[in-house]
Design a protein around this ligand. Structure first.
Ligand code: GLA
Length: 399
C-alpha cells in the first residue's frame, strides 16, 4: 500500500535520465555532451545557531538535492536554466554582477564569480539545474551553490580543496547574494557521507563522521509550509544579540573569543554581567546547545537513541523559550510528533521561523505519524504540512 502524504527520495539516476531531453532542447546540444553533477540538501540533527558562534553542529546531507547537467562552452558565456523556477540567464563571465531582480540566478552566478576571483580557471558553461529539495530550511541554496561549483570545476578540469570550496560557497551567499549565514549548510552539503552525521567544529572547521545508526527508525522531515518572510532580518538580529552577549561576557572572561568558548559553569557564574534579559537568554541557549551537541554525539556513538531524542527535544524547547526562533507552526509540529508512539525525538531544524522539523520515527509508524501530525497541525494552524523520509547521504559530487 502506498503511503499517503509521505515523500520518499527519488533515484538520482532516473532524474538525470529524464532531464537529458530538456538539456538537449534548451541548449541545442546532444544529450551525450552533458555531464551530471549533484549536491544534496542538509538536515541539522542538533546544534542550532551555534555555527556563527564558533560552536558545534551535527548535520547530515539528505536524499534530496540539486542536479546540474553541464557542458563546457569556450566563448566565455554562462547559461543557466532552472527547471523548477522557469528561470533562464545567459551572461558573459566578465559581466557577472549580483542582480537583485533575479535572486535565484545570483547563486550560480556568484559561484562563477567567486571561483574566478579566487584565480580558478573556469569559464563558460551550459547548465541545466533541477532541484527536488522542498523549500524552507533544508539548504536548497547551499545545494545549488555546491552543485554549480563541482560542475564548473569538473567541466573545466579544475580542482580545489573541498573545505576551501565550502568556504568559497559560503562567501557567495554572504558577499554576493547578501545573506549572512554561517558555515554549517555549505559544509554539510559539501562534506556529507552516506550513513553518517557530520560532527563539525565550526570554529576550527574540523569534523568527525559519526555513524547514524538508527535500527528500525528513520529520519522524517516535516515541513510547516509556512510562507517565510522577515527571516533574514530576524536571523541578523539574533547574530547581533550574540555579539552583544559576547562583548559583555568578555569583560569578565577576557580570554573568550566566541560564545561557545564559555562553559556552562562559567556562564552560570557570570551571566549577570549581561544586563538585558533577552540577550542573556540568547547566550544561555548558545552555551547549553553547544554542550548538548557533545552529549548527543556521545549518545549516538553509544547507540542510546532515547537519550539522543531527549536532547533533540531539549534543543527545541531552548530554541522556543530562550532563542525564540520557533513560532506556532514549528512548535505545533513538534508537539504533535511527540504524541505519536515510536517517535524518539523531534525538533526544529535550520534557522527557524517556519521551515522544517526533524523527527526520528519508528519505521513502521511513519504512516501513522504523518496522519496524526497532519491532523493536529492543520487543526492548530490551518496549514497542510508535508513529510519527507530521508537517510544520511553523500556530499556534492560528479554522478
Ligand atoms: C541557517 C544558516 C546556518 C545556521 C542555521 C541555524 O540555516 O544558514 O548557517 O546558522 O540557520 O543553526
Amino acid at each position: 500500500m502506498k503511503r499517503i502524504g509521505v515523500r520518499e527520495p527519488s533515484s538520482i539516476d532516473s532524474r538525470v535520465h529524464s532531464l537529458l531531453a530538456t538539456f538537449s532542447e534548451e541548449f541545442d546540444r546532444s544529450p551525450s555532451e552533458a555531464t551530471a553533477y549533484y549536491a544534496p540538501g542538509r538536515v541539522n540533527l542538533i546544534g542550532e545557531h551555534t555555527d556563527y558562534n564558533g560552536g558545534y553542529v551535527l548535520p547530515a546531507a539528505i536524499d534530496y538535492g540539486t542536479i546540474a547537467l553541464t557542458s563546457r562552452r569556450d566563448d566565455g558565456v554562462v547559461r543557466f536554466v532552472s527547471t523548477s523556477r522557469q528561470v533562464k540567464v545567459a551572461v558573459h563571465v566578465d559581466d557577472i554582477r549580483p542582480d537583485p531582480a533575479n535572486d535565484w540566478a545570483n547563486y550560480p552566478l556568484g559561484v562563477v564569480y567567486k571561483l574566478r576571483r579566487a584565480g580558478v580557471e573556469v569559464g563558460g558553461v551550459d547548465m541545466l539545474i533541477d532541484g527536488d529539495i522542498p523549500g524552507g530550511g533544508l539548504s536548497s541554496s547551499a545545494s545549488l551553490e555546491l552543485a554549480t561549483a563541482v560542475a564548473l570545476l569538473g567541466v573545466w578540469n579544475q580542482t580545489m580543496d573541498r573545505v576551501e570550496l565550502v568556504k568559497l560557497c559560503q562567501k557567495v551567499e554572504n558577499e554576493f547574494v547578501g545573506i549572512n549565514s554561517g558555515i554549517m549548510d555549505q559544509y554539510a552539503v559539501g562534506m556529507g557521507k552516506a550513513g553518517y552525521a557530520i560532527f563539525l567544529d565550526c570554529g576550527k572547521l574540523i569534523h568527525r563522521y559519526v555513524p547514524l545508526r538508527l535500527p528500525g527508525y528513520k529520519i522524517v522531515i516535516s515541513n510547516t509550509k509556512k510562507p517565510r518572510h522577515l527571516v533574514d532580518s530576524k536571523y541578523n538580529e539574533r547574530r547581533a544579540q550574540c555579539e552583544e552577549a559576547l562583548r559583555m561576557l568578555k569583560s569578565v572572561l577576557p580570554n573568550i573569543e566566541c560564545l561557545t568558548d564559555v562553559s556552562i559553569d562559567e556562564f552560570e557564574a557570570h551571566s549577570g554581567v549581561i544586563d538585558d534579559p533577552v540577550v542573556r537568554n540568547r547566550a544561555e541557549h548558545i552555551v547549553y546547545e553547544n554542550a548538548r551537541v557533545l552529549s548527543a554525539v556521545t549518545a549516538l556513538e553509544a547507540g542510546d537513541l532515547n537519550e539522543f531524542g531527549r536532547l533533540m527535544v531539549e534543543s527545541h524547547n531552548s530554541l522556543r523559550d530562550l532563542y525564540e526562533v520557533t513560532g506556532i507552526e514549528l512548535d505545533s509540529l513538534v508537539e504533535e510528533a511527540l504524541k505519536v508512539d515510536g517517535v524518539v525525538g523531534s525538533r526544529m531544524t535550520g534557522g527557524g521561523f517556519g521551515g522544517c522539523t526533524v523527527s526520528i520515527v519508528k519505521q513502521d509508524q511513519i504512516d501513522e505519524f504523518a496522519r496524526r501530525v497532519a491532523e493536529g497541525y492543520t487543526r492548530t494552524t490551518g496549514l497542510t504540512p508535508e513529510f519527507y523520509v530521508t537517510g544520511a547521504a553523500d556530499g556534492a559530487r560528479k554522478m
